[in-house]
Design a binder for this molecule. Sequence first.
Ligand SMILES: N[C@@H](CCC(=O)N[C@@H](CS)C(=O)NCC(=O)O)C(=O)O
Length: 379
Amino acid sequence: MPPPNLYVMDISYFSGKVESYLRYKEIPYRRETVTHRTLVGYVGKGTGVAQVPAMELDDGTWLRESSTMIRWLEERHPSPPIIPTDPAEAFIGALIEDYCDEWLWRPAMWWRWVPETTRRHLGRRIAREVLHDLPAPSELLARVFARRQHVAWLSGDGMTRESSRAVRDAYLVELRSLEQVLAGRPFLGGERPSIVDIGFMGPMFRHFACDPDSAIVMRRDAPRVWAWVARTWATRGSELAADATHRPTQGPGFDEILDRVCQIYLPYLRANALALSKGERRFDFEAGPFRFRGTRSNAHRAWCRSVLRDRFAALEPEYQAAVRTRMTSHGGLGALLDEDLRSPAQSPPLELPLAPREHTSVREVVGLWLGDSFGTQRG
Ligand SMILES: N[C@@H](CCC(=O)N[C@@H](CS)C(=O)NCC(=O)O)C(=O)O
């Protein structure tokens, strides 16, 4: 059977995450880099969302959305597992993965689109690698794209002049925690990568380790993280000793990460779901050093909260109790578990694989792409 096609962009957060997973698992794939035309006209038509990564299977069905895609692949390629066998650890891993996907996205956007050297470099790369089939000069495309990202994911995601520093520093704080964890183990998951490594590869690989300004900081302040990014990218599951195990997400470094998950990220997810359920397009949010004004309510992130709630509900009572006990000293799971807040406005449930969408019109896909451009529809 021919390997599946994986549609990616070389500069993409979530493409780097899924590729790290596939390489470690030694799951063959054919790497297809998208241009604007294939993103909207082919991937968008196939999946209903103009986003990468997306995987086209040989029967014409599709996988999308990195977390859901990884769970689907993990069921079919269980060895070596990246999900810890202890159900409480598996839940905490999913929680950290979600934090990496949705919360660290903000500082990743800051470090890509605020410092001038990186902004110009990435704008040019995107114009050259992805947007070159649009009929406009590449310098203009680079500038327009940089502006679009700023409006969609920084100012549109609540960042003001006053809170810009806190968003910038979220990267530095994360590096300190990861340096601590990596002082005692080769992978964040222990002696072998877990879903926590794969989750952190999203922001850390194609953004922080590769974007010029953030890479300088990583090399200078967090050499263990720098080495871990390369190690995780290079390691194949079959190379590790059979007795290399996962270790709990506990101890210095993880304690601070879980504090941020419970005290900042979960309250943000709650505020977002609440705003969406009340039909509010924007909301204000404050936690820790962050003061966000006019944050756009985000349908995908409300869906993320529901997925986490469902995962928790699916745990046996003894593992629910174990997770609650572990999280108490970090601030607890109250913001996740207190109220359901599910609403018709959030992204709909996602069942993989997706049947080919022969009837998706290009017009519909362009609409989705425009929605994504303004930060409302990211799925
Ligand atoms: N939740 C999705 C997010 C995918 C996503 O946001 N992909 C970005 C690249 S990292 C994208 O395709 N953006 C399209 C665009 O900017 O037009 C996942 O986990 O796969």
